[in-house]
Write a protein that binds this ligand. Structure first.
Ligand code: AMP
Length: 356
């Protein structure tokens, strides 16, 4: 176990809002933050050092690694090669195995299925010729998802009849994709756990997630009974995944609640949008627990601070409603400092704590 004591410098690869909130949690514990990102963004506003460079500029990466005591990442599409280069010089946590698996949907689903997780039927389609047989094996309706670089419902297309196969292939940008059977679910939920360097693990209560247009709209805790009944099985799976990866940090797994039980959808080897409620709604936020884990500190309690907590994302123009939110009692406003509010862009969030 490597203790990285307060006063040390934590490197964050990636410059988005997750990096910003990680940075704020780290600062609270007395750490300094060094952000490495290709462009200025929400994270470097709260960092004491910022390297603005491409992930492929190995000299800049090496200098960054040399200036940090531990390095973490805030999005899962960081190229692996450059991170592997610095991993020899400075601890990179969570380890690269988690990143490698989470970057490829097909590998991710197979990995979790091998650990006993339930998944939708899924098949690989490397080109349009493989798409129709894959759709036939999986059955319709199905969803075609790019195997890499998909998030927030981007790079996805639904297929209800075989006549739509070519159109779907074009919609996902004619890239290697996985074809997934459509899951008949009552709710979506996520499990967030934090695992420390010695293997100790804490889990947050399951979070009920409501999406709009493939983007998280609202996250609520406690989750309804139909999710709560499936949470123990899902959390046990998350712990097996984390143990198999010798994982350190916060890990998020997303599930569909179905009549057969929890169906795993995807995982994120990082702090997660569905855990933003933990900043005010849990005794220790996901961001603080991630920092504690990668620095070798004891993990903090995940208990709720109120009876009920709801987080709502402020997407695009919704962030313009901030004066109204500020006037609301019990509402905690977070704005990410992004300049342009384009449609679908996450500009901030609001967390509401309900005492009763
Ligand atoms: P993803 O990028 O995989 O998280 O997908 C974005 C959203 O699309 C999910 O949160 C679901 O609402 C929906 N979705 C994804 N995969 C499936 C599936 N196999 N069956 C039904 N809905 C899905």
């Amino acid at each position: 176990m490597t203790l990285v004591p307060p006063g040390s410098t934590i490197g964050i690869v990636g410059g988005g809002q997750l990096g910003r909130m990680l940075g704020m949690a780290a600062a609270q514990l007395g750490y300094r933050i060094h952000v490495f990102a290709p462009a200025s963004g929400p994270a470097n506003d709260v960092a004491s050092a910022f390297t603005e460079a491409s992930y492929h500029q190995s000299d800049r990466l090496a200098a960054f690694a040399g200036a940090c005591d531990v390095v973490t990442y805030e999005f899962e599409n960081v190229p692996l090669g450059p991170l592997a280069l610095i991993a020899g010089e400075v601890p990179v946590l969570p380890g690269l195995k988690a990143l490698e698996i989470a970057q490829v949907r097909y590998a991710e689903k197979g990995f979790v299925r091998d650990l006993g997780g339930r998944t939708a039927p899924f098949e690989m389609a490397n080109d349009v010729e493989e798409l129709v047989p894959a759709l036939e094996r999986v059955g319709l309706p199905a969803i075609v998802k790019t195997v890499r670089l998909g998030y927030d419902g981007k790079g996805q297309a639904r297929v209800d009849d075989m006549g739509q196969a070519r159109q779907a292939w074009h919609a996902v940008g004619r890239q290697p994709s996985i074809v997934e059977g459509f899951v008949d679910f009552s709710h979506e939920f996520s499990i967030l756990i934090a695992r420390g360097q010695g293997g100790a693990t804490v889990a947050y209560p399951p979070t009920w997630n409501v999406h709009r247009g493939g983007i998280l709209h609202r996250a609520a805790v406690p989750a309804p009974a139909s999710i709560a009944a499936q949470a123990a099985e899902a959390a046990a799976l998350a712990e097996r995944v984390a143990a198999a990866l010798d994982y350190v940090g916060v890990l998020a797994l997303e599930f569909f609640a179905t009549a057969e039980g929890p169906v795993f959808n995807e995982m994120a080897p990082r702090v997660h949008n569905s855990g933003h409620w933990t900043i005010e709604g849990a005794e220790t936020s996901q961001f603080e627990n991630h920092i504690r884990a990668i620095c070798g500190l004891p993990l903090g309690s995940t208990a709720l601070t109120g009876r009920r907590v709801e987080m709502e994302n402020l997407i695009g123009d919704e962030a313009a409603g901030w004066p109204r939110i500020l006037a609301e009692r019990g509402a905690h406003l977070h704005l990410y400092g992004k300049d342009e509010a384009s449609p679908g862009r996450k500009m901030g969030h609001v967390t509401r704590i309900f005492a009763a």
